[in-house]
Design a protein around this ligand. Sequence first.
Ligand SMILES: Nc1ncnc2c1ncn2[C@@H]1O[C@H](COP(=O)(O)OP(=O)(O)OP(=O)(O)O)[C@@H](O)[C@H]1O
Ligand SMILES: [Mg+2]
Length: 301
Amino acid sequence: MSEHKAVELPSYKEQSPEVSQRFAELHQRPVKLDVRNLGKTFTSSKGSIEVLRDVSFQVRRREFISVIGPSGCGKSTLIRILAGLEESTTGEFLLDGQEAFGPCAERGMVFQSYTLFPWLSVKKNVMFGLEVAGRSDPHAESEALEWIDIVGLSRFADAYPSQLSGGMKQRVAIARALANQPSILFMDEPFGALDAQTRAQMQAYLLQIWRNVDITILFVTHDLEEAIHLSDRILVLKANPGEIQEFIEVPVPRPRDPSQYLFPEFLATKHRLEELIHPHRDIEQDDLHITRMTTVGDDAE
Ligand SMILES: Nc1ncnc2c1ncn2[C@@H]1O[C@H](COP(=O)(O)OP(=O)(O)OP(=O)(O)O)[C@@H](O)[C@H]1O
Ligand SMILES: [Mg+2]
């Protein structure tokens, strides 16, 4: 008879000397983003809803931070505020020690949905921000081509968005954001619409870019493994209102690679994130409020 032994995971707080050394160094870096008691309440004719409450955290230069939390907990709102696309109701945040107002070239943003201009070629899409910033045409073109090369799309520089796959469109969106040379990049579920294989490729691309460019990244995702695979630290929010539950130091060494998904420290971190995000796994049928939408006699199943 085979014996079943429960696998003992280490604590997600346990760090190898190599990882703990990395965090010690990271804490020495200058603070890139200092978020202080940020709050957001949306008010409409139907009343007001407090989405974020008292959110405070710091991000160091060149850190990779993921933000996770249940749907509707305010992840997009938080990142939109930090990117300058939305105003907070209370609190403030400093970028490189300065109060930041409105969108600016320092801060880049990549969204989940494809936001390319369909009537412009890949090259023109990437050049767009550069031209707005006043770069002369030949200059903007050569810079755009460099970024297109970095995301591996040189052959498609003259193609139009409709001729590209989802992953390729997101690579153009990343190239377009990076072309403005932001020092901090906000990404809101940028790979959420991609299939698993393309997503894995995009993660590899992003890690490679992040290693080679002096950039700090805040990355919203629903995917716990994606958060662990990419990040130095993971900011976990809870819902109603969105408040910080925990800011976790990922104990997985760098460089990252998908074989680490089965490492004990990876599994321990995933287990902790699951505990935080889905504290009550046993959902009663009544809680789901599922009603049958089909009419009697409609047996399309
Ligand atoms: N412009 C707005 N006006 C009113 N309410 C809003 C507005 N934007 C967001 N909300 C509300 O704020 C809450 C948080 O929304 P948000 O999009 O930030 O959540 P999220 O964590 O990104 O969710 P998801 O994981 O589904 O993307 C939701 O209840 C949403 O309905
Ligand atoms: Mg969102």
